[in-house]
Design a protein around this ligand. Sequence first.
Ligand SMILES: [Zn+2]
Length: 213
Amino acid sequence: MASMIHVVFPVGPLQCNCSVIGDERTREALVIDPGDDIERVLAILEQHQLSVKQIVITHGHIDHIGGAMRLKAATGAPILMNEGDLEQIALLEVQAAWIGVAPPGPVTIDALLKDAGSVNAGGLRASVLHTPGHTAGSSCLYFPEEKKLIAGDTLFAGSIGRTDLPGGSFTKIIDSLHGRVLALPDETIVIPGHGPATTIGEERATNPFLQRK
Ligand SMILES: [Zn+2]
């Protein structure tokens, strides 16, 4: 199997976890959720001699997508996102005002992330899980070979994504978590959209939102 370079680092004022994932052999890469700090993303790509093939957005909130157009301008890589969040990126100026940052300008999505589809970098492959709830278009990326889940704001260590923003649904996020996310093996490493990594087993056992009464 292809060996994976994976650098996770927080970007922007809300400290969104951005992932740079590269195939050590082909040097092809995915960047997931380049919310901000694009100079740092580019420095990491340079340091590992990686070339970005796809920019993948777990959901259309500004802290996850705010730097995507700058990264596309610098690398030429297309931006992928689920179509359910096109309405979110139409509201990026409103989102920017909520958190007090400069609006990033218009964002163009080049290809749609579809449930059960996949994204690739060299020999690395992730399947796309559409996991609505935090937003209508929220998606997780699962790397089966590496047993790793990039969870966006669907699942956090000890918590789950908020559902009180436009497009959010508590019923849907709980369905997504039980139906899709907890279907993954316990040893799966979870990289949430914010905060520390965890595992599916740990969250299944202890996350207060996932305990069935
Ligand atoms: Zn979010």
